[in-house]
Design a protein around this ligand. Sequence first.
Ligand SMILES: *Cc1c(COP(=O)(O)O)cnc(C)c1O
Length: 381
Amino acid sequence: MSSSLTRFKSPHTSFAHAVEFGDWKVFVPGPVPIESHLLAIGNQQLPYNRTEAFSEITHEIQLGLLQLFQTEGSVALLTASGTAAMEAAAINFLDVSTKVLVVNGGTFGQRWSDLCTVHSIPFEELCVPPGADIDLSQLESILLKGRFSALLINAHETSTGHLYDIEAIGKIVRTHGCLFVVDAISSICADPFTMDAWGVDVCILSSQKALALPPGLSFVALNRRSVALLEKRKPKSLYFNLKDYLANQLRGQSPYTPAIGLMLQLHQRLADIQSQTLPVLVAQHKQRAEHFRHAIQDLAFAVFPSRCSNAMTALACEGMDAGQVVERLRDHYRIIVAPGAGSLKSKTIRVAHMGAQNPNDVGFLTQALAEINATSRRTKR
Ligand SMILES: *Cc1c(COP(=O)(O)O)cnc(C)c1O
């Protein structure tokens, strides 16, 4: 204990410190607090992975992942952060000869554009104001005019808290025959998501959001259509050659050394989700989100996005600087929330409903917000 005190000189910003001392309350949208029995698995010596026993674990993980995505296709498991899975999706299916439409409603939509730029993939953007919904008829007419080969979107734009209607967008995308690529990193497990039923061809998830594991694993799910399409594509990366991952996974292995410890944690987490059931896990996030939004409804914090994910609530701070709210929560209450991203930094705060949260801590947070609200009203008078 005392040695970590000296190691983390800035306790207010140290997540490790927060967990270790238990009295920090963490509500950031990833990495999220992890259940202790899962943390304990990460504390064990690693088994050798080139064995039958480990192949068995990998096969079980694959079945669990197919259920999370709700697809009958395949899921490639990468040792990398979520952005790497986005990059893998882009470079395995897109190139200079394709034309892509990116829905850009925040910093994660922007990331799709950045990936296209880096890899010389021609793209156009459908820019959506932060927190606003996509205009489906506008999307329809852009797709009609443009002859696009793919649409890239984030299910939940985590920088604004907005949740796009992937089912409705999928219906439109399907009629134009383009590849539908969805980054659902901060949505799956928190919001309903059915990949095959919604016509999503390629879908991305990572470990540190509603899956509530440490960061380091990410997943590229392919439906049957994109599995077939992948067969015809020439790989442009060694590490991110998805064909290689799918081929190795058939025998329960991966081409390169995976994050074995994280996989064991994932194996347990998927078993937990299976016994709890995915709909119950989603309902738990919904209940947390609704409870929080109800508790702050009389304060000068307005829910920012027009369509919210259960994973997080972005709040517009009316008449207050959001950065100061974040600091006050940290310094006076030992509560960590995230500031808004990009242009929203001084306008919004973001409160996640993911991970191992204690209902009492949520009560403490809403109380703290009420006090900050009252103080700011008093000083204004
Ligand atoms: C967290 C997140 C990512 C991935 O971020 P990494 O830091 O690379 O894991 C990508 N997209 C969305 C929507 C996210 O919320």
